[in-house]
Design a protein around this ligand. Structure first.
Ligand SMILES: Cc1cc2nc3c(=O)[nH]c(=O)nc-3n(C[C@H](O)[C@H](O)[C@H](O)COP(=O)(O)OP(=O)(O)OC[C@H]3O[C@@H](n4cnc5c(N)ncnc54)[C@H](O)[C@@H]3O)c2cc1C
Length: 466
């Protein structure tokens, strides 16, 4: 029997026939994620564990047979983070989807990695609580994938991203070692901050099998507004001036004209198709504060040439957020391929970045729809193209290179929330320098000396230490 057949037989012994996927047509479904224009590779098999013990057994076998492992949540990441690059096992967490504990006294929840983010929010809502990180993919993305990407979302400006809410983890290392870090204490400064190390580690350091997160009281009141601008500069100035007026909205999203028209054609939300840009804003908190902050926001918008419409009820509010969440699916209908980027700059550099994006679109003769979490400097320039057209893809790659060079030159980062994966791996040295990247590779080598966990992603190829 070949080593590969032997490995599959042993895996079947652990998981049973029904939780080990081996048919080629089924395995192809796990060769993809939501990232465009990335090379695909068929995994050897897909394992669907239900417990930490099963994950440990899988990792021991992977170590024994020197087989790469690709952890996978819902596969919604936009950086090629779960795409196998060589023969290996995909470990999917969709079967580890239990909420293990809601601790209302300590305001924490402990979940298995396959819990869908929205399901956690639905479970805590009756207690008057929320779990704030809300990626646009909230109804599909899993907690494991979300922690591994440290995902953010529409509420990131005021509430931060996933790593701000993770308090404790159970982790299985590449050799099957299990360890716990963090916990439920509000204060915890013992030792190295391993919890933070694993947030955003993109499945390259260990597998998270249980996650404890902080919950917060749901805001008592909120007000949503749509501000319409006939000049992009007005919208860009408004973003920085609202913050300068000491108001931190829960949400401050921007959509440019290309996005507005595309979204309107897709979901008929009543967006103004002639506008150069719109801002979608929401303030929340106790009613008195909401009233005061909303008045400031409206004033600043008007001073910068914006016309403000306030959502009158929940239906109008939901309509606004549905329109914003439709940005990516709407753009995806324009052309066969959608390259969505995640350039993030300090807030004060948003006007410069928006201008640069316009110039880059012209220079490379591309359609770039720009929208994103403007309040936290996190823009999602989205290029619609066709990956079968080699010449066009050359221009796309050159434009993307220039987008990231510009973002880093403006004091920004390669990723505000989507992670690095394989798509942005080549730019890592640009942001961290050779020494910074070397430190990360040393951490990777220390925890995964054989280089079995999600190889090639985030830190790129790292030689195995036998
Ligand atoms: C329409 C759309 C909108 C989006 N909007 C946002 C947004 O607003 N903000 C945002 O931040 N992102 C957004 N994303 C990106 C993506 O949805 C998030 O990063 C999401 O949190 C990924 O979760 P997932 O379960 O799909 O993870 P996957 O894509 O399956 O995996 C992501 C990474 O996590 C690793 N991983 C998965 N499970 C584990 C585990 N248990 N242990 C260790 N590593 C693991 C994988 O190896 C991979 O590196 C969006 C994506 C789409 C398609």
């Amino acid at each position: 029997m070949t080593a590969q057949k032997e490995l599959l037989k042993k895996l079947e012994g652990i998981l049973g026939r029904e939780r080990l996927i081996t048919e080629a047509e089924d395995r192809w479904c796990y060769a993809f994620d939501a990232a465009a224009a990335q090379a695909k590779h068929l995994p050897l098999a897909v394992a669907l564990p239900r417990s930490t013990e099963e994950v440990v057994a899988i990792m021991r076998l992977a170590t024994e047979y020197r087989v790469p492992v690709y952890p996978r949540g819902a596969g919604t990441n936009l950086s090629g983070g779960v795409i196998p690059r060589e023969d290996g096992l995909v470990v999917s967490f969709t079967e580890m989807n239990k909420i293990l504990e809601l601790d209302i006294e300590n305001l924490t929840a402990t979940v298995q990695p396959g819990v869908v983010v929205q399901d956690l929010n639905d479970a805590v809502a009756p207690h008057g609580l929320i779990y704030p990180p809300d990626p646009g993919s909230v109804t599909t993305a899993t907690m494991g994938g979300s922690v591994a990407e440290s995902s953010g979302g529409l509420r990131g400006l005021k509430y931060g991203v996933t790593k701000d809410y993770v308090m404790g983890l159970e982790v299985v290392l590449a050799d099957g070692t299990v360890f716990h870090c963090g916990g439920k204490t509000v204060k915890n400064v013992s030792g190295y901050d391993l919890v933070k190390l694993f947030c955003g580690s993109e499945g390259t350091l260990g597998i998270m099998t249980a996650i404890t997160v902080r919950l917060i009281p749901a805001p008592e009141a909120r007000r949503s507004m749509l501000a319409v601008f006939d000049r992009m500069e007005g919208a860009a100035r408004t973003i920085t001036e609202i913050i300068a007026n000491k108001v931190i909205p829960a949400t401050m999203e921007i959509m440019d004209n290309v996005t507005i028209r595309t979204v309107e054609a897709y979901c008929h939300a009543g967006l103004p198709v002639e506008a150069a840009a719109v801002l979608l804003l929401e303030v929340d908190g106790i009613p008195e504060v909401v009233a005061k902050e909303a008045a400031i926001v409206e004033r600043v918008c008007r001073e910068n040439g914006g016309q403000v419409q306030v959502a009158r009820d929940d239906a109008e509010r939901e309509n606004l957020w549905t329109a914003r969440r439709a940005a990516l699916p709407a753009c995806a209908r324009l052309r066969p391929t959608t390259v969505l980027e995640d350039a993030t700059v300090p807030r004060s550099q948003i006007p410069a970045m928006l201008l640069a994006l316009e110039k880059i679109a012209q220079k490379y003769n591309l359609t770039i729809a720009t929208y994103g979490h403007a309040g936290d400097g996190n823009l999602h320039p989205t290029i619609t193209c066709d990956e079968r057209d080699g010449e066009e893809m050359q221009r796309v790659h050159s434009a993307v290179d220039e987008i990231f060079r510009t973002a880093v030159e403006l004091g920004g980062t390669l990723s505000g929330e989507h992670g690095i994966g394989i798509a942005k791996q080549k730019y890592m040295e640009l942001e961290f320098g050779a020494n910074g990247l070397d430190v990360m590779r040393r951490i990777k080598q220390a925890l995964d000396p054989l280089g079995l966990l999600n190889p090639g992603k985030l830190v790129g190829p790292v030689p195995a230490k036998e």
